[in-house]
Design a protein around this ligand. Structure first.
Ligand code: IPM
Ligand code: MG
Length: 380
Protein backbone atom coordinates (compact mmCIF):
# COMPACT_ATOMS: atom_id res chain seq x y z
CA UNK A 1 0.00 0.00 0.00
CA UNK A 2 1.22 3.51 -0.73
CA UNK A 3 1.52 6.35 1.70
CA UNK A 4 -1.48 6.60 3.98
CA UNK A 5 -3.07 9.96 4.47
CA UNK A 6 -3.11 10.93 8.13
CA UNK A 7 -5.74 13.04 9.85
CA UNK A 8 -5.62 14.26 13.41
CA UNK A 9 -8.89 14.30 15.30
CA UNK A 10 -9.21 16.06 18.63
CA UNK A 11 -11.39 13.75 20.70
CA UNK A 12 -13.38 14.97 23.68
CA UNK A 13 -15.36 11.98 25.02
CA UNK A 14 -16.54 14.15 27.92
CA UNK A 15 -19.02 13.20 30.63
CA UNK A 16 -22.02 10.95 31.18
CA UNK A 17 -22.79 8.87 28.11
CA UNK A 18 -20.14 10.81 26.11
CA UNK A 19 -17.38 8.18 26.35
CA UNK A 20 -19.88 5.37 25.63
CA UNK A 21 -21.03 6.93 22.35
CA UNK A 22 -17.54 7.97 21.29
CA UNK A 23 -16.03 4.48 21.68
CA UNK A 24 -18.03 2.75 18.92
CA UNK A 25 -17.64 5.84 16.76
CA UNK A 26 -13.83 5.71 16.73
CA UNK A 27 -14.00 1.98 15.96
CA UNK A 28 -16.16 2.80 12.96
CA UNK A 29 -13.83 5.58 11.85
CA UNK A 30 -10.89 3.18 12.09
CA UNK A 31 -12.76 0.70 9.93
CA UNK A 32 -13.38 3.46 7.38
CA UNK A 33 -9.67 4.26 7.49
CA UNK A 34 -8.74 0.61 6.90
CA UNK A 35 -11.20 0.27 4.07
CA UNK A 36 -10.36 3.46 2.21
CA UNK A 37 -6.71 3.99 3.13
CA UNK A 38 -6.55 6.68 5.77
CA UNK A 39 -5.21 6.84 9.29
CA UNK A 40 -7.13 8.77 11.91
CA UNK A 41 -4.96 9.80 14.84
CA UNK A 42 -6.96 10.69 17.92
CA UNK A 43 -5.73 13.27 20.37
CA UNK A 44 -7.81 12.76 23.47
CA UNK A 45 -8.55 15.99 25.32
CA UNK A 46 -10.30 16.88 28.54
CA UNK A 47 -13.15 19.37 28.67
CA UNK A 48 -16.31 19.77 30.73
CA UNK A 49 -16.84 18.00 34.03
CA UNK A 50 -13.84 15.76 33.60
CA UNK A 51 -11.58 18.78 33.16
CA UNK A 52 -13.15 20.54 36.14
CA UNK A 53 -12.32 17.51 38.28
CA UNK A 54 -8.73 17.27 37.12
CA UNK A 55 -7.75 20.92 36.62
CA UNK A 56 -10.49 23.05 38.17
CA UNK A 57 -11.59 24.61 34.90
CA UNK A 58 -14.05 23.43 32.27
CA UNK A 59 -11.87 24.31 29.29
CA UNK A 60 -8.14 24.19 30.05
CA UNK A 61 -6.14 26.45 27.72
CA UNK A 62 -4.16 23.42 26.54
CA UNK A 63 -7.34 21.69 25.35
CA UNK A 64 -8.27 24.61 23.11
CA UNK A 65 -4.71 25.08 21.91
CA UNK A 66 -4.30 21.44 20.93
CA UNK A 67 -7.77 21.30 19.37
CA UNK A 68 -6.81 24.22 17.12
CA UNK A 69 -3.88 22.23 15.77
CA UNK A 70 -6.03 19.24 14.87
CA UNK A 71 -7.89 18.71 11.59
CA UNK A 72 -11.29 18.41 13.31
CA UNK A 73 -12.85 17.89 16.72
CA UNK A 74 -15.26 15.13 17.72
CA UNK A 75 -17.11 15.51 21.00
CA UNK A 76 -19.40 13.20 22.97
CA UNK A 77 -21.17 15.31 25.59
CA UNK A 78 -20.30 17.36 28.63
CA UNK A 79 -22.06 18.11 31.91
CA UNK A 80 -23.81 16.40 34.77
CA UNK A 81 -25.49 17.02 38.12
CA UNK A 82 -22.19 16.89 40.01
CA UNK A 83 -21.18 20.20 38.50
CA UNK A 84 -24.62 21.85 38.34
CA UNK A 85 -24.14 23.98 41.43
CA UNK A 86 -20.95 25.63 40.18
CA UNK A 87 -21.18 29.31 39.15
CA UNK A 88 -21.97 29.91 35.46
CA UNK A 89 -18.41 30.53 34.29
CA UNK A 90 -17.20 27.27 35.83
CA UNK A 91 -19.95 24.99 34.57
CA UNK A 92 -19.07 22.17 32.13
CA UNK A 93 -21.24 23.79 29.42
CA UNK A 94 -18.71 26.66 29.36
CA UNK A 95 -16.33 24.22 27.70
CA UNK A 96 -18.70 23.77 24.78
CA UNK A 97 -19.16 27.49 24.35
CA UNK A 98 -15.40 28.08 24.69
CA UNK A 99 -14.61 25.45 22.07
CA UNK A 100 -17.26 26.78 19.68
CA UNK A 101 -16.06 30.36 19.90
CA UNK A 102 -12.37 29.49 20.26
CA UNK A 103 -12.50 27.38 17.10
CA UNK A 104 -14.65 29.98 15.34
CA UNK A 105 -17.27 27.43 14.32
CA UNK A 106 -20.17 29.82 13.82
CA UNK A 107 -22.45 27.71 11.61
CA UNK A 108 -24.09 24.76 13.29
CA UNK A 109 -25.73 22.33 10.88
CA UNK A 110 -28.41 20.16 12.49
CA UNK A 111 -30.11 17.92 9.96
CA UNK A 112 -33.38 16.29 11.00
CA UNK A 113 -35.03 13.81 8.67
CA UNK A 114 -37.54 11.06 9.27
CA UNK A 115 -36.07 7.73 8.28
CA UNK A 116 -38.83 5.41 7.04
CA UNK A 117 -37.65 2.71 9.48
CA UNK A 118 -38.35 5.04 12.39
CA UNK A 119 -41.84 6.13 11.31
CA UNK A 120 -43.37 4.43 14.35
CA UNK A 121 -41.02 6.28 16.71
CA UNK A 122 -42.17 9.67 15.37
CA UNK A 123 -44.96 11.11 17.50
CA UNK A 124 -46.74 12.84 14.60
CA UNK A 125 -49.81 11.54 12.82
CA UNK A 126 -49.73 10.75 9.09
CA UNK A 127 -51.81 13.86 8.37
CA UNK A 128 -49.00 16.12 9.59
CA UNK A 129 -46.29 14.10 7.86
CA UNK A 130 -47.94 14.11 4.45
CA UNK A 131 -49.26 17.69 4.55
CA UNK A 132 -46.53 19.04 2.25
CA UNK A 133 -45.63 15.84 0.45
CA UNK A 134 -47.15 15.51 -2.99
CA UNK A 135 -46.28 11.80 -3.07
CA UNK A 136 -48.35 11.20 0.07
CA UNK A 137 -45.46 9.51 1.90
CA UNK A 138 -45.09 10.42 5.59
CA UNK A 139 -41.71 12.12 5.71
CA UNK A 140 -39.73 15.28 6.25
CA UNK A 141 -36.13 16.25 5.67
CA UNK A 142 -34.98 19.55 7.07
CA UNK A 143 -31.75 21.22 8.08
CA UNK A 144 -31.48 23.73 10.88
CA UNK A 145 -28.56 26.10 10.46
CA UNK A 146 -28.05 27.59 13.89
CA UNK A 147 -25.79 30.58 14.47
CA UNK A 148 -23.41 29.24 17.11
CA UNK A 149 -20.95 31.84 18.34
CA UNK A 150 -23.07 34.94 18.92
CA UNK A 151 -26.36 36.21 20.27
CA UNK A 152 -27.65 35.62 23.78
CA UNK A 153 -25.11 32.89 24.44
CA UNK A 154 -22.22 35.31 24.14
CA UNK A 155 -23.78 38.73 24.72
CA UNK A 156 -23.11 40.94 27.68
CA UNK A 157 -24.72 39.61 30.85
CA UNK A 158 -24.79 40.41 34.50
CA UNK A 159 -26.64 41.30 37.65
CA UNK A 160 -27.69 44.68 38.95
CA UNK A 161 -25.66 46.09 41.83
CA UNK A 162 -28.41 45.39 44.32
CA UNK A 163 -28.67 41.79 43.11
CA UNK A 164 -32.37 42.20 42.40
CA UNK A 165 -32.18 41.92 38.60
CA UNK A 166 -30.23 40.06 35.92
CA UNK A 167 -29.79 40.46 32.18
CA UNK A 168 -28.47 38.78 29.02
CA UNK A 169 -28.16 40.54 25.67
CA UNK A 170 -28.93 39.53 22.11
CA UNK A 171 -26.52 41.35 19.82
CA UNK A 172 -25.62 40.44 16.26
CA UNK A 173 -23.31 42.19 13.84
CA UNK A 174 -24.06 42.34 10.11
CA UNK A 175 -21.08 40.11 9.42
CA UNK A 176 -22.16 37.44 11.92
CA UNK A 177 -25.58 37.27 10.29
CA UNK A 178 -24.36 37.38 6.72
CA UNK A 179 -21.83 34.57 7.05
CA UNK A 180 -24.28 32.14 8.62
CA UNK A 181 -26.93 33.04 6.06
CA UNK A 182 -24.46 32.24 3.28
CA UNK A 183 -23.84 28.81 4.81
CA UNK A 184 -27.62 28.32 4.81
CA UNK A 185 -27.95 29.38 1.17
CA UNK A 186 -25.08 27.11 0.12
CA UNK A 187 -26.82 24.21 1.87
CA UNK A 188 -30.19 25.05 0.31
CA UNK A 189 -28.61 25.18 -3.14
CA UNK A 190 -27.80 21.45 -2.98
CA UNK A 191 -31.09 20.54 -1.29
CA UNK A 192 -34.65 21.63 -2.19
CA UNK A 193 -33.73 25.29 -2.69
CA UNK A 194 -35.79 26.77 0.11
CA UNK A 195 -34.50 28.86 3.00
CA UNK A 196 -36.63 30.07 5.88
CA UNK A 197 -35.27 32.69 8.24
CA UNK A 198 -36.76 32.15 11.69
CA UNK A 199 -36.81 35.06 14.12
CA UNK A 200 -39.01 37.21 16.30
CA UNK A 201 -39.04 40.30 14.12
CA UNK A 202 -42.44 41.39 15.38
CA UNK A 203 -40.79 42.19 18.73
CA UNK A 204 -36.98 42.13 18.60
CA UNK A 205 -34.82 44.79 16.96
CA UNK A 206 -32.03 42.25 16.41
CA UNK A 207 -34.49 40.07 14.47
CA UNK A 208 -35.47 43.00 12.27
CA UNK A 209 -31.77 43.46 11.56
CA UNK A 210 -31.48 39.76 10.57
CA UNK A 211 -34.29 40.33 8.07
CA UNK A 212 -32.52 43.37 6.61
CA UNK A 213 -29.34 41.40 6.09
CA UNK A 214 -31.29 38.46 4.67
CA UNK A 215 -33.19 40.66 2.23
CA UNK A 216 -29.88 41.79 0.76
CA UNK A 217 -27.98 38.49 0.88
CA UNK A 218 -30.92 36.63 -0.69
CA UNK A 219 -30.41 38.68 -3.88
CA UNK A 220 -27.25 36.66 -4.49
CA UNK A 221 -29.31 33.45 -4.55
CA UNK A 222 -32.18 34.16 -6.97
CA UNK A 223 -32.97 30.48 -7.52
CA UNK A 224 -33.54 29.90 -3.81
CA UNK A 225 -36.93 30.70 -2.34
CA UNK A 226 -36.50 32.81 0.81
CA UNK A 227 -39.23 32.98 3.43
CA UNK A 228 -39.55 34.44 6.92
CA UNK A 229 -41.27 32.99 9.97
CA UNK A 230 -41.64 34.02 13.60
CA UNK A 231 -40.14 31.51 15.97
CA UNK A 232 -43.36 30.81 17.84
CA UNK A 233 -45.10 30.04 14.57
CA UNK A 234 -42.15 27.90 13.48
CA UNK A 235 -42.41 25.84 16.68
CA UNK A 236 -46.03 25.18 15.78
CA UNK A 237 -45.41 24.55 12.06
CA UNK A 238 -42.76 21.95 12.86
CA UNK A 239 -45.46 19.85 14.48
CA UNK A 240 -48.28 20.69 12.05
CA UNK A 241 -46.34 20.19 8.84
CA UNK A 242 -42.57 19.60 9.11
CA UNK A 243 -42.37 18.66 5.42
CA UNK A 244 -42.77 22.32 4.45
CA UNK A 245 -39.23 23.08 5.63
CA UNK A 246 -35.97 22.65 3.78
CA UNK A 247 -33.30 24.87 5.36
CA UNK A 248 -34.09 26.92 8.48
CA UNK A 249 -31.56 29.59 9.43
CA UNK A 250 -31.85 31.07 12.87
CA UNK A 251 -30.09 32.59 15.88
CA UNK A 252 -28.19 30.70 18.54
CA UNK A 253 -31.00 30.50 21.11
CA UNK A 254 -33.85 29.83 18.68
CA UNK A 255 -31.76 27.18 16.94
CA UNK A 256 -31.06 25.48 20.25
CA UNK A 257 -34.74 25.23 21.04
CA UNK A 258 -36.04 24.34 17.58
CA UNK A 259 -33.43 21.63 17.05
CA UNK A 260 -34.54 19.81 20.20
CA UNK A 261 -38.10 19.98 18.94
CA UNK A 262 -37.12 18.74 15.47
CA UNK A 263 -35.11 15.90 16.97
CA UNK A 264 -38.13 14.38 18.68
CA UNK A 265 -39.88 14.26 15.31
CA UNK A 266 -37.12 11.98 13.99
CA UNK A 267 -37.85 9.47 16.73
CA UNK A 268 -35.24 10.39 19.31
CA UNK A 269 -32.76 13.09 20.18
CA UNK A 270 -30.22 10.25 20.20
CA UNK A 271 -30.37 10.09 16.41
CA UNK A 272 -29.30 13.63 15.59
CA UNK A 273 -25.78 14.55 14.50
CA UNK A 274 -24.37 18.02 14.12
CA UNK A 275 -21.53 19.77 12.39
CA UNK A 276 -20.26 23.18 13.46
CA UNK A 277 -18.21 24.89 10.82
CA UNK A 278 -15.97 27.93 10.68
CA UNK A 279 -14.99 30.01 7.70
CA UNK A 280 -12.87 28.53 4.90
CA UNK A 281 -10.75 31.68 5.05
CA UNK A 282 -10.14 31.48 8.80
CA UNK A 283 -6.52 30.79 9.83
CA UNK A 284 -7.71 27.53 11.41
CA UNK A 285 -9.05 26.25 8.07
CA UNK A 286 -7.03 23.42 6.53
CA UNK A 287 -6.63 23.09 2.74
CA UNK A 288 -9.47 25.55 2.16
CA UNK A 289 -11.84 23.52 4.32
CA UNK A 290 -13.31 25.19 7.40
CA UNK A 291 -12.49 24.13 10.95
CA UNK A 292 -15.14 21.69 12.10
CA UNK A 293 -16.45 20.48 15.43
CA UNK A 294 -18.79 17.49 15.43
CA UNK A 295 -21.11 16.33 18.18
CA UNK A 296 -24.45 14.64 18.65
CA UNK A 297 -27.07 17.16 19.69
CA UNK A 298 -28.02 15.24 22.82
CA UNK A 299 -26.46 15.95 26.18
CA UNK A 300 -24.54 13.80 28.65
CA UNK A 301 -27.71 12.03 29.91
CA UNK A 302 -26.28 11.23 33.36
CA UNK A 303 -29.41 9.27 34.25
CA UNK A 304 -28.55 6.54 31.75
CA UNK A 305 -24.74 6.79 31.81
CA UNK A 306 -22.76 3.61 32.32
CA UNK A 307 -25.69 1.34 31.50
CA UNK A 308 -24.85 0.55 27.86
CA UNK A 309 -28.25 1.79 26.68
CA UNK A 310 -27.42 5.16 25.08
CA UNK A 311 -28.00 5.52 21.34
CA UNK A 312 -24.61 5.94 19.61
CA UNK A 313 -26.11 6.72 16.19
CA UNK A 314 -26.15 10.51 16.65
CA UNK A 315 -22.40 10.42 17.30
CA UNK A 316 -21.71 7.91 14.54
CA UNK A 317 -23.63 10.13 12.10
CA UNK A 318 -21.68 13.15 13.40
CA UNK A 319 -18.49 11.32 12.42
CA UNK A 320 -19.98 10.88 8.95
CA UNK A 321 -20.52 14.63 8.81
CA UNK A 322 -16.89 15.11 9.85
CA UNK A 323 -15.71 12.99 6.94
CA UNK A 324 -17.94 14.94 4.58
CA UNK A 325 -17.24 18.50 5.72
CA UNK A 326 -13.75 18.41 7.21
CA UNK A 327 -12.09 15.77 5.05
CA UNK A 328 -14.13 15.99 1.81
CA UNK A 329 -14.75 12.22 1.98
CA UNK A 330 -18.24 12.01 0.54
CA UNK A 331 -18.06 8.31 -0.35
CA UNK A 332 -16.82 7.39 3.10
CA UNK A 333 -19.45 9.55 4.84
CA UNK A 334 -22.17 7.97 2.73
CA UNK A 335 -20.81 4.51 3.60
CA UNK A 336 -21.33 5.19 7.32
CA UNK A 337 -24.82 6.53 6.68
CA UNK A 338 -25.65 3.47 4.58
CA UNK A 339 -24.38 1.18 7.36
CA UNK A 340 -26.66 2.94 9.86
CA UNK A 341 -29.51 2.46 7.43
CA UNK A 342 -28.71 -1.23 7.14
CA UNK A 343 -28.85 -1.86 10.89
CA UNK A 344 -32.13 0.04 11.16
CA UNK A 345 -33.50 -1.98 8.24
CA UNK A 346 -32.52 -5.10 10.15
CA UNK A 347 -34.73 -3.92 13.02
CA UNK A 348 -32.00 -3.10 15.51
CA UNK A 349 -33.06 -0.41 17.95
CA UNK A 350 -31.62 1.15 21.06
CA UNK A 351 -34.39 1.59 23.57
CA UNK A 352 -34.98 5.28 22.76
CA UNK A 353 -36.01 4.44 19.19
CA UNK A 354 -37.81 1.19 19.95
CA UNK A 355 -41.55 1.46 19.60
CA UNK A 356 -42.60 -1.78 21.27
CA UNK A 357 -45.67 -1.82 19.05
CA UNK A 358 -43.72 -3.20 16.12
CA UNK A 359 -43.39 -6.59 17.82
CA UNK A 360 -40.82 -9.09 16.67
CA UNK A 361 -39.47 -7.04 13.80
CA UNK A 362 -37.54 -4.93 16.30
CA UNK A 363 -34.62 -6.08 18.37
CA UNK A 364 -33.60 -3.87 21.29
CA UNK A 365 -29.84 -3.65 21.65
CA UNK A 366 -27.39 -1.71 23.80
CA UNK A 367 -24.83 0.93 22.84
CA UNK A 368 -22.01 -1.52 22.20
CA UNK A 369 -24.11 -3.97 20.17
CA UNK A 370 -25.48 -1.12 18.06
CA UNK A 371 -21.93 0.09 17.38
CA UNK A 372 -20.76 -3.41 16.45
CA UNK A 373 -23.72 -3.86 14.11
CA UNK A 374 -22.89 -0.63 12.25
CA UNK A 375 -19.25 -1.74 12.08
CA UNK A 376 -20.24 -5.08 10.60
CA UNK A 377 -22.56 -3.46 8.07
CA UNK A 378 -19.75 -1.12 7.06
CA UNK A 379 -17.24 -3.92 6.59
CA UNK A 380 -19.56 -5.88 4.32
C1 IPM B 1 -26.81 22.09 22.42
C2 IPM B 1 -26.83 22.10 23.92
C3 IPM B 1 -25.91 23.21 24.43
C4 IPM B 1 -26.41 24.52 23.87
C5 IPM B 1 -25.77 23.30 25.95
C6 IPM B 1 -25.34 21.98 26.55
C7 IPM B 1 -24.86 24.40 26.36
O1 IPM B 1 -28.14 22.26 24.38
O2 IPM B 1 -25.73 21.89 21.84
O3 IPM B 1 -27.87 22.25 21.82
O4 IPM B 1 -27.31 25.13 24.46
O5 IPM B 1 -25.90 24.95 22.84
MG1 MG C 1 -29.59 22.21 22.87
Amino acid sequence: MGLLTNYSIALVPGDGIGPEVIEPTTEILDAVGDKYGYVFNYVELEAGGKAIDSSGEPLPASTLAVAKECDALLLGAVGGPRWDTLPGHLRPERALLGLRSGLGVFANLRPAALLPQLRAACPLKDGALIASNPDGKPSFDLLIVRELTGGLYFGERGRSDDGKAAFDTERYSWNEIERVLRVGYAAAAVRRKKLCLVDKANVLESSRFWREVCALVSKDYPDIETSYLYVDNCAMQLIRDPGQFDVIVTSNLFGDILSDEASVLTGSIGMLPSASLGSPTDPLAKDGRPMGMYEPIHGSAPDIAGQDIANPLGTILSAAMMLRYSFAMETEAAAIEAAVNTVLDAGLRTQDIATRSAGDSEKIVGTKAMGKAVLKALEQ
